[in-house]
Ligand binder design. Structure first.
Ligand code: ADP
Ligand code: ADP
Length: 237
């Protein structure tokens, strides 16, 4: 499903953020990427949906050679991959539902010419996604009225409404307290298991990674230094 073959990523400032990465991730896996700040975790995740372009090697995602995608193909490709950030990236002064509906904006100008039936379809998808993360009751509440954990669930619902095959999560609980973190991690786990959506999560809480992920990948100075099934790691400890 995702395959890195001798992937390197060098930023324009000549920092080698990824060095000869070889990695295979199957559909439905829950992978935690751990490592110190600056190790290359975020770069690794962001190459998968081409937020960052790799410098050399080959990256195959969902049967596509990511570096070879052009124009429209990039947009279509990105819609198959959800992305969750530490900072939620929501429009806080409007409602939860509108924030989820934002994910359909690329289609809206086309839809405006039509009868509105598609808008209804989008609304149903958006409300279904809110239900999947347990915040349907907040649909018409403004985002700035919600707690951090609830806001991250709105971001998760926005992503889910696109029916992604993969969700990339870049430090999704870094700004949440432990109780809220657990609720959000439970959501990720449920989505992963019930919907068979792959989750690749960059996280610095090792104990949470061990508790939730199927597999742990350790990154240091741009290289993979560790890659094993969580159950095995836990047994070793
Ligand atoms: P992590 O997510 O593990 O903290 P990053 O992938 O963000 O690591 O960073 C890996 C290395 O690449 C670091 O040395 C960082 O300073 C550098 N880096 C990250 N993003 C950029 C960028 N946009 N331009 C230049 N260097 C960057
Ligand atoms: P706008 O009226 O600017 O489109 P709203 O925030 O009022 O934005 O609503 C976004 C969508 O959700 C609209 O299509 C609206 O019909 C629907 N909506 C808003 N509030 C409710 C509500 N309380 N019950 C059901 N649907 C609502």
């Amino acid at each position: 499903m995702i395959e890195f073959i001798n992937v390197n990523k060098t930023y324009t400032n000549e920092i080698k953020a990824l060095k000869q990465i070889n990695l295979k991730i199957e559909q439905g896996e829950f992978v935690a990427v751990i490592g110190l700040s600056g190790a290359g975790k975020s770069t690794l995740i962001r190459c998968i949906n081409r937020m960052h372009e790799i410098t050399s090697g080959q990256l195959i995602v969902g049967g596509m050679d990511v570096s070879k995608l052009r124009g429209k193909e990039v947009r279509r490709f990105r819609r198959r991959i959800g992305m969750i950030f530490q900072s939620f990236n929501l429009v806080t002064r409007t409602t939860v539902l509108k924030n989820v509906l934002v994910s359909f904006v690329p289609d809206l100008s086309f839809i405006r010419k039509l009868t509105g039936v598609y808008i209804k379809e989008h609304k149903i998808k958006a409300l279904t996604a809110l239900d999947q993360v347990g915040i349907l009751d907040k649909a018409f509440v403004r985002v700035d009225q919600l707690s951090g954990g609830q806001q991250q669930r709105v971001a998760l619902a926005r992503t889910l409404s696109q029916n992604p095959e993969i969700i990339l999560a870049d430090e999704p609980i870094a700004s949440l307290d432990p109780v809220t973190s657990k609720i959000v991690m439970d959501d990720f786990k449920r989505i992963n298991k019930e919907m068979n959506i792959s989750v690749i999560m960059n996280i610095h809480h090792v104990e949470i990674a061990l508790q939730y992920a199927d597999r742990i990948i350790g990154v240091r100075e741009g290289a993979i230094v560790f890659d094993d099934q969580t159950a095995k790691v836990t047994d070793d400890i």
